[in-house]
Design a protein around this ligand. Sequence first.
Ligand code: RRO
Length: 306
Amino acid sequence: ADLNTRLGSFALPNPVLTASGCAAAGRELSQFFDVADLGGIVTKSIMLRARSGRPTPRMAETPSGMLNSIGLQGPGIDSFLANDLPWLRDHGARAVVSIAGGHTDEFVALAKRLYNHKLDAIEVNISCPNVESRGQVFACDPIAAGRVISAVRRAAHPNVPILAKLSPDVTDIGVIARAVADAGADGISLINTLLGLAIDLDTMRPALGGVTGGLSGPAIRPVALRCVWQVHQAVPHLPLLGMGGILTGRDALQFILAGASAVSVGTAVFHDPTAPIRILAELNHELDQRGFSSVGEAVGFAHHSA
Ligand code: RRO
């Protein structure tokens, strides 16, 4: 099938990207495959300053998924612009830069820092479950979410599409989607991790230093799929980047049929770093088998009356 797809003005040669947080800025994955072969690399959310993150341990495996409480560990925007973004460009990868802040002003400052750099899209992470100030509050309140997105839209380069990253931990994700659409988002990424908890039975205390964490992996896939469905219904004109426990091409196709124009692979790479490449090949096969000649034909197909 023709695998070309779009997220607003961002044209991708295929619809499989890495998800934010699973491989800093892509270097780790380049020993397993050519980062230019994917639709894009979504970088770990970057903040204005370097951060050491939350207390360890910060990852816990559960039988149904992975919990993390990383807490936005990262080098900060200066180091990112000096080292990571040039590396992605040099390797021919399409770069989706995820940004995070505790206040609208921080998001705006980050968008301004990115203004003169070549990148393919900005993902505005308003849904991190693991920061003291609860960055997630932005994604739970349509007014706060709209304020951040409209401020970033005004500050960012007009040719760079901005994607709002939404949280599943909300009462009505359609309401949040409409708020960020009205605020000028060019697309929506969903979902971020679902807030969870694990107890270590040896210590009989929370398994994570940060107590709660974000759940990812197959456990959240039906939740993610439901969110993609609802957001496509709420804002059918906006392109969606879907993610949540995608392990196979068949999983990816479900997200596309529910309304995603592209998908991201996150937790799967911890078990198999080549997963995104395999999933891309499998997805192509699944599309062909069903007679789809392009990705575009399949996007949102599940909403059509039979
Ligand atoms: O760094 C993190 O702890 C983190 C972030 Br920013 C996010 O958006 N989602 C997540 O599960 N962890």
